[in-house]
Design a binder for this molecule. Structure first.
Ligand SMILES: [Fe+2]
Ligand SMILES: [Fe+2]
Length: 147
């Protein structure tokens, strides 16, 4: 079974990325701070999109009671995700610190365009830590139990 990241989750990454990309093109402190965020966020998103988010594709079919083929590839992924959690959490802290600097630069500029971006990034990371990562790991554990 092909694991396609749920559209709503993918859309959130894309929206954050688009908004951040616009900020990186700003001159001065905002652009500088946004580029520092992007440098951290880009590899982080790549890890998530290869490891943490694809298993979420199985939540809906599993909840409907459907049989899943290729479970071992998924459990390999979720086992790897479990091992990567400390690194992903540490990356969230580094990204939040960089995003905070972006928020300060945005506040100082008097232009509110990028003011909400840091909070959006932080709330995205909270949702991942509280819901998405545990859900992905539970998908793997459920598949192991069902085998
Ligand atoms: Fe993410
Ligand atoms: Fe994240």
């Amino acid at each position: 079974m092909e694991l396609i990241i749920p559209a709503s989750v993918r859309a959130e990454h894309e929206a954050l990325y688009r908004e951040l990309a616009a900020a990186t093109r700003e001159a001065g402190r905002i652009g500088e701070a946004a580029r520092a965020v992007a440098e951290l966020l880009q590899p982080h998103f790549i890890t998530e999109e290869s490891l943490a988010l694809p298993p979420l594709a199985l939540l809906a079919p599993l909840a409907r009671g459907e049989r899943i083929s290729g479970a071992s590839a998924v459990t390999a992924m979720t086992d790897k995700l479990r091992g990567e959690l400390p690194r992903l959490f540490a990356e969230h802290r580094a990204i939040a610190a960089a995003a905070q600097k972006l928020a300060e630069a945005a506040k100082g500029s008097g232009d509110g365009t990028h003011l909400g971006l840091a909070e959006k990034i932080a709330s995205h990371a909270r949702a991942e830590e509280e819901v998405f990562y545990p859900a992905a790991i539970l998908v793997g554990e459920y598949l192991k139990a069902a085998l």
